[in-house]
Design a binder for this molecule. Structure first.
Ligand code: ZN
Length: 266
């Protein structure tokens, strides 16, 4: 079973279609890590595609904010993000709002892969927390028991590897065995097939990056293909005609800053 992993599409239909074009015949199912909408100009089209094609999708903070339910306050968003959320709320159809409304706000374990957990932000704070450092990742490894947790939210591809080591300490007298956990941050190479080695003492938190608004200074849409049997992770990027998305954003009167940032990947 090969899984196309998408995250943070952010209503960027042109980017999403480019990912689909680049992956024809290369996956069996689609899992989406949230933030289908927000920032971008085509929320209805992107939600419709996820409704039709995604086998699993979890709730992102922008999806939640658009719904206007309690739990996330759009006033906590920066002014540009807030403007886009309010615009999105206005244009989404009732069916698409209903789809977002039923997305899970808690981490999800896929039926076909019990060693995996999916969440938008982090196991500890499923919709809100940014895992941007090994120390934040370390705290989150204590919050789940599966071998691998897939997250989005930061828009930056990353792999955090947790290891439990046995260390012998003998400060004075009898040697003492201690378990010591460490977390290291790996930056996955584009196009390189990564073997996912896991065990009770070796676990991973993996972020595929963002389809619709990358923030790692690479403007191309990011995604990954996870092979559940081969236990491999293929991290990829695909160029897309950014100016088409930017024109759609101008027509929708979305904030200038959100339009410009797509040209820089931040
Ligand atoms: Zn996002």
């Amino acid at each position: 079973m090969r899984v196309l992993i998408l995250s943070d599409i952010h209503a960027n239909l042109v980017a999403l279609e480019s990912v689909f074009n680049a992956t024809v015949g290369r996956y069996d199912v689609i899992w989406c890590l949230g933030d289908v909408v927000g920032y971008g100009p085509c929320p209805n089209e992107c939600v419709a595609l996820m409704r039709e094609r995604a086998d699993l999708c979890v709730m992102g903070n922008h999806d939640w904010a658009v719904l206007g339910r309690s739990g996330i306050d759009v006033e906590d968003f920066n002014p540009h993000a807030r403007e886009a959320v309010l615009w999105t709320r206005d244009v989404l159809t009732a069916e698409n709002l209903a789809y977002l409304d039923q997305l899970p706000t808690k981490p999800v374990q896929p039926a076909m892969a019990s060693s995996l957990l999916l969440t938008h932000a982090s196991p500890r704070e499923p919709v809100l927390e940014y895992i941007l450092t090994p120390s934040i990742a370390m705290e989150n490894f204590a919050e789940f028991s599966e071998q691998i947790c897939l997250v989005g939210h930061t828009h930056k591809p990353a792999i955090y590897r947790w290891r439990l080591h046995n260390e012998i300490e003998s400060p004075a007298g009898a040697p003492e065995q201690k378990h010591v956990a460490t977390v290291e941050l790996l930056r996955p190479q584009i196009g390189a097939l990564l073997k996912l080695e896991t065990s009770p003492t070796l676990r991973l938190i993996i972020n595929p990056g963002s389809v619709g608004q990358p923030r790692d200074n690479d403007v191309r849409a990011a995604f990954a293909i996870l092979d559940l049997e081969a236990k491999t992770w293929l991290y990829e990027r695909v160029a897309y005609p950014i100016e088409l998305t930017q024109n759609q954003m101008r027509k929708a009167n979305l904030p200038r800053r959100l339009i410009d940032r797509l040209s820089f990947g931040w």
